[in-house]
Design a protein around this ligand. Sequence first.
Ligand code: ADP
Ligand code: ZN
Length: 219
Amino acid sequence: MEIVMLGAPGTGKGTVGKMLSKEFNIPHISSGEIFRSYSQKHDKLAEKIKSYIDKGNLVPDDLTIELVEKRLNEKDALNGFILDGFPRTVAQGEKLHEILTAQERAINIVVYLDLPDEEIIDRIVKRRTCPNPECREIYNLEFKPPKQEGICDICGTPLIIRDDDNEETVKQRLKTYHETSEELVDYYKKQALLYTVKLNKESNVTTMGLSEEIRSYFE
Ligand code: ADP
Ligand code: ZN
């Protein structure tokens, strides 16, 4: 099962991606997490990656493709995956198609989470993240608060606010999204792979039963 998550930052791709990963027992592969974990290193490349992320800009395609392709070739990903944050440009989408074709695979479904911009900023500001690289659970103070304030339910690590989850960077991320990623929606619509989930102010992706919907889509 090859699933791609599409949607602006803060729409819930990571949350839904992790849910689907547990449900279907295939890895959740997030390009943002790959970059965040790489940027913890102390080399030149790590610094460069961090500077793109912190400005809300995209990491260049060649570097992105290199890191994601490496991850896609790891053993656990060969039976399927939930890709979150990649592709983010049509060029990346075409490259992904090439990689999968060479492995005699193809994308089964693109889950597109569609939420108005006004809602996005509010949601991201309320996002809290578990920094434990083995866990990286995502919380939302309104929709999915941790049981104990500021502490990860799963692993007990103190939660953090991501460096790029401030209003200014979020606005730039949204601008980048509209300029470069939105055309992917059409790209996948034309291939009849798009499964659109319309969200609004009240929608809670953690309680919407999306896994069931997607499962029935496959049946
Ligand atoms: P969000 O979707 O909430 O913006 P992500 O964790 O997916 O967060 O991505 C964080 C940052 O990592 C992005 O703002 C961008 O700088 C970088 N990034 C992630 N995926 C890609 C990608 N496919 N291509 C280029 N840059 C990316
Ligand atoms: Zn945790």
